[in-house]
Design a protein. Structure first.
Ligand code: KG4
Ligand code: ZN
Length: 341
């Protein structure tokens, strides 16, 4: 079975084909970063319009690369995300499904991130602990099987990717801020500023990142008029990154120990952070899994593989699903439904 995956939840148009026999056979991505950079963040209307412009040519390109005329099923991101952007992918998936006579599989974007490591040769076995960290989410999830997700902790305010982006803005860096801040941090000293490690001493597994962002803001205000500010900026970036990573790794270790989980999966855009990867590997006794860098941030391959694992949920094309909000808790394992039910 060849599953076409379509991702349009935010500012990346991602399309891929995953074969249940051969694995990933084609993958393409169009990033809208340049379009949004001038505004300092994602502009939803521009995102929707660019998905409309790019999606069909990308589908044609990927089918050509895969050497197939049409897939056996189409998986698409049905939420959570920007509703206009989701509508484009959902409309396209359902339209193509109707014209090709093949079923569609609505995929939860965060389940896509969570299953992205399954694209790698050394995929994790269940059960595992997942640290899902992106621009919209920071979650610790106990995963006992496909769709069997126990959310142990989540963020009480900003998601960690959002905190990276906002802090980068404070430091005068461009959008998207995460990679820019990580690059600047490499030039700085990470213990130059004593920043808080929010929540680490509290019970439970929730996160909070807005206090850390505010602490950076106060330091910027104190030092931005000094001659030394230019070099202090790198120290601030490094100190922020170290505090955020310490918090994520500390919480993950607490949860893994308590839940007796020996495998940890790191997924989502912030999973591309090199310090997070190296610290988790150094401090966790068990095994750490992550997708390759390109599949940490949004992409079509993770949606195609999630669709292939959820073939049992395939349904007749025609219902355009696009949910801005959708809790991962509501998913459950795949159901054996007959297409058309
Ligand atoms: O998963 P993703 O592509 O989109 C969402 O579903 O949100 O994640 C994007 C987030 C952004 O906040 C971006 O700044 C962050 O991931 N990010 C990083 C890095 N690369 C991307 N944060 C820290 N370090 C990075 N290297
Ligand atoms: Zn994402």
């Amino acid at each position: 079975m060849n599953v076409l995956g379509i991702e349009t939840s935010c500012d990346e148009t991602g399309v891929a084909v995953y074969s249940t026999e051969k694995g990933l056979i084609a993958d393409a991505l169009h990033s809208q970063v340049d379009l949004h950079a001038v505004y300092g963040g994602v502009v939803p209307e521009i995102a929707s319009r660019d998905h409309i412009r790019c999606l069909l040519p990308l589908v044609e390109q990927v089918l050509g690369d895969a050497g197939i005329e049409k897939p056996d099923a189409i998986a698409y991101t049905a939420g959570p995300g920007l509703v206009g952007a989701l509508m484009v992918g959902s409309g396209m998936a359902n339209g193509l499904g109707l014209s090709w006579g093949c079923p569609v599989i609505p995929v939860h974007h965060m389940e896509g991130h969570l299953l992205a490591p399954m694209l790698e040769d050394e995929a994790p076995e269940y059960p595992f602990l997942a640290l899902l960290v992106s621009g919209g989410h920071s979650m610790l999830i106990s995963v006992s099987g496909l769709g069997e997700y126990g959310v142990l902790g989540t963020t009480l305010d900003d998601a960690v990717g959002e905190a990276f982006d906002k802090t980068a803005k404070l430091l005068g860096l461009g959008y998207p801020g995460g990679p820019a801040l990580a690059a600047l941090a490499e030039e700085g000293n990470d213990d130059a500023f004593a920043l808080p490690r929010p929540m680490l001493n509290r019970p439970g597994y929730d996160f909070s990142f807005s206090g850390l962002k505010t602490a950076v803001m106060l330091e910027v205000r104190k030092t931005q008029d000094d001659d030394s500010y230019e070099s202090r900026r790198a120290d601030l970036a490094a100190s922020f990154q170290r505090a955020a990573v310490d918090t994520l790794v500390g919480r993950t270790l607490q949860a893994a120990r308590k839940e007796k989980l020996e495998r940890v999966v790191i997924a989502g855009g912030v999973g591309a952070n090199k310090l997070l990867r190296s610290e988790m590997a150094a401090r966790f006794d068990g095994r750490v899994y992550y997708p390759r860098m390109a599949f940490c941030t949004d992409n079509g391959a993770m949606i195609a593989v999630a669709g292939a694992l959820r073939l049992a949920d395939a349904q007749s094309a025609g219902e355009i699903r696009a949910q801005a909000r959708w809790s991962l808790n509501t998913l459950g394992p795949p159901e054996r439904k007959v297409a058309g039910d």
